[in-house]
Design a protein around this ligand. Structure first.
Ligand code: AMP
Length: 227
């Protein structure tokens, strides 16, 4: 296992549509660690047709969570890669209290721990609108929004030029379920880290640049501070 006591393990928590994907790479670069998004890893398994990808498919298409044991194993495997030695920014994991407990146990075995959990706070009522306008690049995973963050050409990725796609689980009916699942299963994860004293709340209902600056101060600030 590459992680150790001085590794910088930071979590990016928030509802689907809160803007985690938009901010994750910036934050990871700032911290000097890789960004690991559980949703991206699962989509990659699906593209490759692995047993995990096949098992995850039906849950993802409905907007339900993939079972904890599968996701925990996938993330722990990713954390054992050499590039995670200095730490990692986890985006979209943990999403249940059981996942948070499994992560804590696994890190503790290596003398490591979650340094901070940054919660990107966005009112529930704006999530559906945000998700339904979201377009992403199937090639490099960059995300855009038809209203808030359009690509310069309208339909192609600014980073690699690939034709943008709407994720099947960003359809309105699936989005509504994803938000319900978030409220039921993931909101308790926010309380979990709050109780451990490492939660930092950032108001995510602002212009992208402002959210970015607030996230940067939140990860640099002492634990008690908020942005
Ligand atoms: P995301 O890209 O983070 O919105 O995730 C897309 C989908 O992948 C979710 O709706 C879930 O079906 C699945 N997924 C991603 N992360 C997790 C997780 N930590 N636990 C369970 N399912 C997950």
């Amino acid at each position: 296992m590459a992680l150790h006591a001085d590794s910088d393990v930071v979590l990016l928590l928030g509802a689907p549509g809160a803007g985690k994907g938009t901010q994750a790479q910036y934050l990871a670069d700032l911290l000097g660690v890789p960004s690991v998004a559980s949703g991206d890893l699962l989509r990659q398994h699906r593209r490759l047709g692995t047993p995990l990808g096949r098992a995850a498919q039906e849950y993802m298409d409905r907007g339900d969570l993939v079972p904890d044991d599968l996701v925990v194993e996938m993330i722990m495997d990713r954390l054992s890669h050499r590039d995670a030695e200095r730490g990692v920014l986890l985006d979209g994991f943990p999403r249940t209290v059981a996942q948070a407990e499994a992560l804590d146990r696994s890190l503790a075995k290596r003398g490591a721990r979650v340094r901070s959990a940054v919660y990107l706070d966005v009112p529930t009522e704006v999530l559906v609108e945000r998700l339904a306008g979201r377009w992403s690049c199937p090639s490099c995973n960059a995300t855009f929004h038809s209203l808030f963050n359009p690509s310069s050409t309208g339909d192609r990725c600014d980073r690699c030029g690939t034709q943008l796609q709407q994720r099947p689980d960003d359809r309105r009916e699936v989005v509504a379920n994803r938000v319900q699942v978030y409220l039921r299963d993931t909101v308790p994860v926010v309380s979990y880290y709050e109780a451990r004293g490492c939660l930092r709340r950032v108001n995510g209902h602002r212009e992208i640049g402002e959210v970015r600056d607030a996230l940067a101060s939140a990860v640099r600030a002492p634990i008690a501070a908020t942005a």
